[in-house]
Design a binder for this molecule. Structure first.
Ligand code: UTP
Length: 301
């Protein structure tokens, strides 16, 4: 079969331990933590579908079956909701149900790192370019971040990463790219480095967890050595791929919340709640009250 250049499939890795959210993640996947009333992973799936993705591959692991259940049908619940006249809830459940056969699950038996998790999807992706969305990086904006990457991809092809500017003092938290010549709505990537100290960082543009990658990344990841944090790092693999193929970056016009951290997760909940027509005003009033009165003052030990 001829190789297609169209990006039809997306990988969503959900096999990490979620240690920063223990004990919440002892029995529940961190990707099922909710932002307002939708699990974190739902935001990534919605963004992928908005961008035209036809098939989603989840890289999952033990104790993550709630994710599979979330994307399955719930006929008893739906008929109960129908009987109770809860049509809004029925519509939402129907909206999030993927078309039959449009999602697949594969396992990463041990959380060896993001690069290894992506490699686990190689057979399900095959020899074609694919989108990659890290679900704990939740994008908030008028337009989906992946939709913007698809637009740039249709113009320049190759490999595309989404970036955002971080505090230059905080580069050691992220994968950082070097900025080259401008191209259409993006720029050429000159360097990629995982978690550099500020003095070593080529810029303050960090990888915000959205990528379009060519399938040659799989052969590279197959023999990628462990890097930062003793994990098989995707950024190290991309750096090697960039010696043979072009990488372009696009600065996301919205804002990305790192919901793998407690602060980012809480900020995301506040931002998404404030934007909601049903609860936004109430949440605004109560947060304003808390900030102005410094109440409640009780802090957990
Ligand atoms: P993170 O490093 O943020 O997730 O990976 P983590 O390892 O679960 O977090 P902590 O540090 O223990 O709290 C980003 C995404 O990549 C997935 C995670 O599930 C998350 O969605 N991931 C990470 C894997 O699928 N496999 C891995 O080996 C590592």
């Amino acid at each position: 079969m001829d190789r297609t250049n169209k990006v039809r499939k997306a990988v969503i890795p959900v096999a990490g331990n979620g240690t920063r959210f223990l004990p919440a993640t002892k029995a529940m996947p961190k990707e099922m933590l909710t932002i307002v009333d939708r699990p974190v992973v739902q935001y990534a799936v919605d963004e992928a579908i908005e961008a035209g993705i036809e098939h989603i591959v989840f890289v999952t692991s033990r104790n993550k079956s709630a994710i599979e259940d979330h994307f399955d049908d719930t006929p008893e619940l739906i008929s109960n909701l129908h009987r109770a006249g809860k049509t809004v809830q029925v519509s939402e459940l129907e909206r999030i149900l993927p078309t039959a056969g449009s999602i697949s699950f594969t396992r990463q038996q041990s959380p060896l790192g993001l690069g290894h998790a992506v490699w686990c999807a190689r057979d399900l992706i095959g020899n074609e370019p694919f989108a990659l969305l890290l679900p704990d990086m939740v994008c908030y904006g008028a337009r989906g971040c992946m939709t913007g990457l698809m637009d740039l991809y249709s113009e320049v092809g190759g490999n595309i990463v989404a970036v955002e500017e971080c505090d230059p003092e905080e580069t050691s938290k992220y994968g950082i790219v070097g900025k080259g010549a401008p191209v259409s709505h993006g720029f050429a990537v000159t360097q990629m480095v995982e978690k550099p100290q500020p003095s070593q960082a080529p810029s303050n543009f960090y990888l915000n967890g959205r990528y379009i990658l060519q399938p040659e990344i799989f052969d590279i990841l197959a023999n990628q050595e462990r890097g930062a944090g003793n994990e098989i790092q995707l950024t190290d693999g991309m750096l090697r791929l960039s010696q043979a193929q072009a990488f372009h970056a696009q600065a996301y016009e919205g804002r990305t919340f790192d919901c793998g951290s407690k602060q980012g997760f809480i900020e995301a909940n506040v931002a998404f709640a404030l934007a909601r027509a049903d609860i936004g005003d109430l949440v605004y009033d109560s947060i304003k009250h808390m900030v102005l009165t410094h109440e409640p003052q009780v802090r957990a030990a």
